[in-house]
Design a protein around this ligand. Structure first.
Ligand code: FNR
Length: 191
């Protein structure tokens, strides 16, 4: 693997479908060295603490993102929007002002839902955050994964649906290419 990828899963639910999707996508991609960055322990972002000693989980989250070559978001949609736990993680990572750990990191967004719309609303709202955070987000292929239920996975987390398997493989390959392209461009521009 030649790209270190921080995966942020927007669900902290035991048995999360999105976590399974994230794991399966990584298992597929030789070029990606993936690691899930946990968000369940992050205290709510609080600007009162800017300039004070930062909670350890905030520091840990920011460090893990900073060390990565790219960020992969895999998340459910809550109420047609970004789950609060994920939005909190984004807010934590974006601060202190001017020191966002997300800046310039190539990213991709995958939304998965048992419903038919595949988290389309959340996907695009998250994209909007990434644009503001100065993250080059992969545009294609898009990944609104609808109809994702437990029956798509085996006991070991492997995917039992060939169509989903193929889709995740192509997403992983495309993301590896995207990260490589952004990194090469950045190196070429470096003074
Ligand atoms: C949901 N769910 C949901 N699904 C969807 O497609 N669009 C939505 O707007 C919502 N809204 C929503 C709100 C809340 C508060 C919950 C708890 C759930 C259903 C959701 O997709 C489903 O629970 C998934 O299984 C969540 O993803 P994980 O936890 O399995 O990764």
């Amino acid at each position: 693997p030649n790209h270190k990828i921080a995966i942020v899963v927007g669900s902290i639910r035991t048995g999360s479908l999105n976590r399974k999707v994230a794991r399966a996508m990584c298992a597929h991609s030789d070029a990606l060295d993936c690691h899930i960055v946990e968000i369940a322990d992050l205290p709510m972002y609080d600007p009162n603490l800017d300039g004070a000693e930062q909670p350890e989980p905030w520091q840990r989250f920011r460090r893990e993102i900073a060390e990565a070559d790219g960020v992969l978001f895999v998340t459910p949609e809550y109420n047609r929007s970004i789950p609060g736990v994920l939005k909190n993680a984004i807010d934590v990572g974006s601060r202190p002002y001017g020191k966002s750990c997300f800046a310039k990191k190539p990213a991709a967004i995958v939304t998965a839902s048992p419903g038919a719309l595949g988290g389309f609303g959340c996907n695009h709202q998250l994209r909007q955050c990434c644009v503001f955070l100065d993250m080059p987000v992969m545009a294609q292929p898009e990944a609104y994964l609808g109809g994702v239920k437990d029956d798509k996975f085996g006991e070991d987390g492997s995917i039992t649906d060939p169509a989903l398997d193929k889709l995740l493989h192509s997403l992983g390959t495309a993301f590896a290419g995207w990260v490589g392209m952004i990194r090469a461009g950045r190196d070429a521009l470096a003074p």
